[in-house]
Design a protein around this ligand. Structure first.
Ligand SMILES: [Zn+2]
Length: 413
């Protein structure tokens, strides 16, 4: 097993060769980040009034820094800015589906984007080698979009990118995959599963051969990962990303037991979603993220509403770079979507599903071929889930960008 490719990169950037040294390094960067945010942003000047950087002396003292939330970000994103508008290279507006609340806006300076590009350049080393070609099935048309930054990172690593965009038409996308000769696909979990299912409908001579797949943008349930791997016949890696964090956060190594965090840029905590108290390693809670060196808009102790855990102990790959395991499901779902993912995405033929909650749960299973209803019904019952309505239908593509994390109220078709 190969050690995480992030370790030599993070080691070289930070000068740290041990867990203890990296912990000390992160705390020093955090003190600087707090001082920088207080000095330059109207929001943080008020928000951090009681916080003195010199009081942050250990991981235990992180809770001296008050949390930030998505609501605070929506209320006045420009107040978070630490620079003049002229220095902002890119603004990303995040619409929240199914709610009437104002969109979140996130600002990046050139050097903020540069750090993401650098992470992609190194992190993709888990999946590809110089000379390889990668099909990117994420938004990539605009400069500074996730697909564009990934292409720039890959170019730096000697890897060619083909921009496919999110999968609107499965057959057309599969045609592009074959014609482009790509050996790696980066995409949104349900969309990549759709491609993988489509592949099995073709005669063997027309099946694309991949060596790796990277799933991103939404937490991929282990059941979905396993099916993609079986149907595509290749190794499947997880990536955890979030727009507020500059898209890239953590990437899986070949041990496949969690995603290594880009700890030279981001500090990750897990807290009790009710009390906000820090949780010990190994316990599932709410993921809280802090940027250590963001210039345009530092994000300090940001409550993501996403569930996850930090595995205890070192990774079997031998790296001391901390890992995170996304547990999917938004906080308010209480893990219900994750549980449904575990049952439904494991059923033959299901690539995604739409759900509605009114007088009970109504489920529509979506597949490249119509999914097998009776098998799904049996497995749902086994898991204690009895929908009032269960139907299925075949789809030929996906609408929207698929970049938003799914929520219970949202229909995914
Ligand atoms: Zn590892």
């Amino acid at each position: 097993m190969r050690r995480s490719v992030l370790q030599p990169w993070i080691g070289a950037e930070t000068g740290c060769d041990s867990r203890e040294a990296l912990d000390r390094w992160q705390l020093a960067r955090l003190r600087e980040a707090v001082a920088y945010a207080k000095a330059n942003s109207p929001f943080y000047r008020e928000h951090l009034r009681e916080v003195r950087p010199e009081d942050i002396v250990g991981r235990d003292s992180l809770s001296r820094i008050p949390f930030t939330t998505a609501d605070q970000l929506r209320a006045g994103p420009q107040l978070w800015l630490c620079c003049g508008a002229a220095q902002v290279e890119r603004i990303v507006t995040l619409k929240t589906s199914g709610t009437t609340s104002a969109p979140k806006r996130v600002f990046f300076r050139r050097e903020d984007q540069e750090r993401t590009v650098d992470f992609f350049a190194h992190g993709m080393g888990e999946l590809v080698c110089p000379g390889d070609r990668v099909l990117i099935l994420m938004p990539g048309k605009q400069p500074g979009s996730v697909g564009d930054l990934l292409e720039r990172g890959l170019a730096r690593a000697g890897v060619q990118a083909v921009q496919g965009g999110p999968v609107a038409d499965i057959a057309a996308c599969y045609g592009l995959l074959r014609a482009s000769g790509c050996s790696c696909v980066v995409g949104i979990p349900a969309q990549v599963l759709g491609l993988a299912e489509y592949r099995t409908l073709l005669p063997p001579s027309e099946r694309a051969r991949l060596k790796s797949v990277l799933l991103s943008a939404d937490a991929a349930h282990p059941a979905l990962k396993r099916r993609v791997g079986e149907l595509m016949g290749c190794e499947v890696f997880d990536h955890f990303g979030m727009t507020e964090m500059g898209f890239g956060v953590a990437v899986e190594c070949s041990a496949h037991q969690g995603c290594h965090i880009r700890e030279n840029h981001i500090l990750v905590e897990v807290v009790d979603p009710e009390t906000g108290a820090p949780l010990p390693d190994g316990q599932t809670g709410e993921l809280v993220f802090t940027t250590l060196d963001r210039r345009a808009m530092p994000v300090l102790r940001y409550r993501t509403g996403d569930m996850g855990l930090l595995p205890a102990g070192p990774c079997p790959c031998g790296s001391f770079i901390r890992r995170m395991v996304p547990r999917g499901g938004r906080l308010r779902d209480r893990g219900r979507l994750w549980a449904l993912d575990g049952v439904l995405l494991d059923c033959p033929g299901v690539v995604d599903y739409a759900l509605e909650e009114g007088d009970g749960l109504s489920l529509t299973l979506l597949g490249v071929r119509p999914p097998e209803l009776e098998e799904a019904r049996r497995r749902l019952k086994q898991a204690g889930i009895e929908p009032v309505s269960l139907t299925s239908r075949a789809i030929t593509g996906f609408s929207g960008t698929g970049m938003q994390k799914r929520t219970l109220s949202e229909r995914s078709d």
